[in-house]
Design a protein around this ligand. Structure first.
Ligand SMILES: NC(=O)c1ccc[n+]([C@@H]2O[C@H](COP(=O)([O-])OP(=O)(O)OC[C@H]3O[C@@H](n4cnc5c(N)ncnc54)[C@H](O)[C@@H]3O)[C@@H](O)[C@H]2O)c1
Length: 252
């Protein structure tokens, strides 16, 4: 693992109990940051916390639905209280939603995906900005996707939400740059996590692998390295940008 020199930094990661979020939390803990894991379920949070216990940092868990703005505010208050501030926010929690064409997509499914994947990132970003303003510094990394740049049949709500995350991140970044807060979004290609592996057949995974120049899916750690770098002081002049980590998917 590479150490991104995050000693004394306080970080929160939404969707931190699984997949990309957990990999980000682990790499930041390895790099010396105290971590608040935010996720939906106590059991998964406890397991994730256990997996970080080998690092000599503070790790707390916060059970929260990022799609609930009042709950997000309370979670941020608790995080800042327990960690003693906030330097890094990785707004990563997300869901896939059903595979269904736009003309057949139900209102309930649309609202659910948009609420978690777009509204949830907005609520977390807003509370992170409020917390970071106190120190006039911070780095926010919002998890978009390659599907924040290009279309994907059968995922209209997901694609819309991820395109929204990219634009929302750039807008917030230019608004808050002079306050010392950097905001970027990250666009993974298809990554082996429960979100993908538990829902797609081996045949579909093979077809998806072919869409990447490297002819494979990525690993959560490969996304985490980009996130940890964006979170670190090494990225001090980096803001208002979108960074793919996609094995060449977007080059086609
Ligand atoms: N895996 C991929 O191929 C891929 C590609 C591009 C982008 N992404 C994005 O990366 C992020 C993480 O995905 P992953 O693949 O690690 O998935 P994952 O399912 O392994 O992890 C997502 C985590 O988010 C949590 N979560 C879901 N809804 C939540 C809510 N309302 N409030 C709080 N937590 C919630 C889940 O409980 C889970 O622990 C998502 O935003 C996803 O869209 C994933």
């Amino acid at each position: 693992m590479i150490n991104y020199q995050l000693n004394n930094k306080k970080a929160m990661v939404t969707g931190g109990a699984s997949g990309i979020g957990l990999a980000c939390a682990e790499l930041m803990a390895f790099s010396g940051a105290d971590i608040a894991l935010w996720d939906l379920h106590d059991e998964a949070l406890e397991k994730a916390k256990q997996s970080l216990s080998k690092y000599a940092v503070k790790c707390i868990t916060i059970k929260v639905d990022v799609g609930n703005p009042e709950a997000v505010k309370a979670a941020m208050d608790e995080t800042v209280k327990q960690l003693g501030g906030l330097d890094i926010a990785v707004n990563n929690a997300g869901i896939g939603g059903p595979s269904c064409k736009s003309g057949d997509y139900t209102t309930a499914d649309w609202l659910n995906v948009i609420n978690v994947n777009l509204n949830g990132v907005f609520y977390c970003q807003r509370e992170a900005i409020a917390a970071m303003r106190k120190n006039a510094s911070g780095s926010i990394v919002n998890m978009a996707s390659i599907l924040g740049q290009v279309a994907f049949e059968g995922s209209p709500a997901y694609v819309s939400a991820k395109h929204g995350v990219v634009g929302m991140s750039k807008t917030a970044a230019i608004e808050h740059a002079e306050e010392g807060i950097r905001i970027n979004s990250v666009g993974p290609g298809f990554i082996h996590t429960p979100l993908v592996d538990d829902h797609l057949s081996a045949d579909v995974l093979a077809i998806l692998a072919e869409k990447h120049a490297m002819k494979r899916l990525g690993k959560p750690e490969e996304v985490a390295h980009l996130v940890a770098w964006l979170a670190s002081d090494a990225a001090s002049f980096v803001t208002a940008s979108y960074y793919p980590v996609d094995g060449g998917y977007l080059a086609y």
